[in-house]
Design a protein around this ligand. Sequence first.
Ligand SMILES: Cc1cc2nc3c(=O)[nH]c(=O)nc-3n(C[C@H](O)[C@H](O)[C@H](O)COP(=O)(O)OP(=O)(O)OC[C@H]3O[C@@H](n4cnc5c(N)ncnc54)[C@H](O)[C@@H]3O)c2cc1C
Length: 318
Amino acid sequence: MALLVYLEAEDSKLKKSAAELASYAAALANGDKVFGLTVNATDASDCGAYGVDEIHVLETAATALTAEQTAQLIAETAKEIGAKTVVIGSSADAKYFGALVAAQLEAAYIPNVVGLPETQDGASLYKRSVFTNKGFAYTKATTETVVIGLAKNAFGAQPNEKSVQVVSMTATLADTKVTSEGTEKASGKATIADADIVVSAGRGLKGPENWGMIEELAEVLGAATACSKPVSDMGWRPHGEHVGQTGKPVATNLYIAIGISGAIQHLAGINASKVKVVINNDPEAPFFKAADYGVVGDAFEVVPQLIEKLKNFKAQNA
Ligand SMILES: Cc1cc2nc3c(=O)[nH]c(=O)nc-3n(C[C@H](O)[C@H](O)[C@H](O)COP(=O)(O)OP(=O)(O)OC[C@H]3O[C@@H](n4cnc5c(N)ncnc54)[C@H](O)[C@@H]3O)c2cc1C
């Protein structure tokens, strides 16, 4: 039975999450045809490397679709190809339009799924992360159609070359109560949502004037910068960088926390990151309990040395 995976695009390119989503969809389809769907992506055929058989590309003059329009596009495409399973990601947008797609398809919506389902009593049982990744819930759908939201970094990209067919499409999208007039990135650097590495700093940095070394470290690593809540509250850093329970969730491969105490509200947002490195001058800082690697030391000594070592390493391995 056909399966549809929606691959988000930005600046006419597939987002990094596309490889993981396509890999998951291909594994879930288990040999059935995998249809992809994206908007204005000029590199849409790249998803063939991860198991998509046919990618539908909506070509539209709109710079960005609203959640309602995205949901309409996904739901109509799913109906047209007869897909009973729709896979989407876990971006902030996906969490919003996922529920709308499910409503239009009268489907179950299972967000934050962290792996392939197991079969139990003839039904699929999905494991998903809950309570800001502090626990897991096991969920079955009672509907024939299901919309699955794959958690970021839960499955990984798994090459599976297919000779993908690219199908250009048009669609008449409904007028919505709001119109999207375009989007703009806060900076040209890696975004927290897409970055593999995030370098984050807290009140231990003492003041905004000390962020030069954080930005330099991020640049050397090709990382995005982030911060704790008080840091953005005080205006040291933009609000878009605040991570945690009340900020952005971070599910990167590497999270480096510098001068951040590790309050529960901060940890709630970064639990899903794979490897956590903590630099803090207080050996009793709670963050060390959640860390994979820890450096007890003064950030103003440790970070410049780290930058220097990384630069040397890169130069030697260029
Ligand atoms: C409802 C609610 C929601 C919240 N949501 C969030 C949230 O989403 N995200 C969030 O981050 N917080 C959140 N908070 C705030 C949270 O409780 C903490 O107050 C906050 O995370 C602390 O920020 P910090 O670690 O940067 O600062 P601090 O707690 O002041 O810690 C600074 C750390 O830097 C270390 N340090 C000091 N000098 C140095 C140095 N020279 N070198 C190395 N280390 C040094 C210190 O040892 C300390 O551990 C929330 C709070 C509430 C009540």
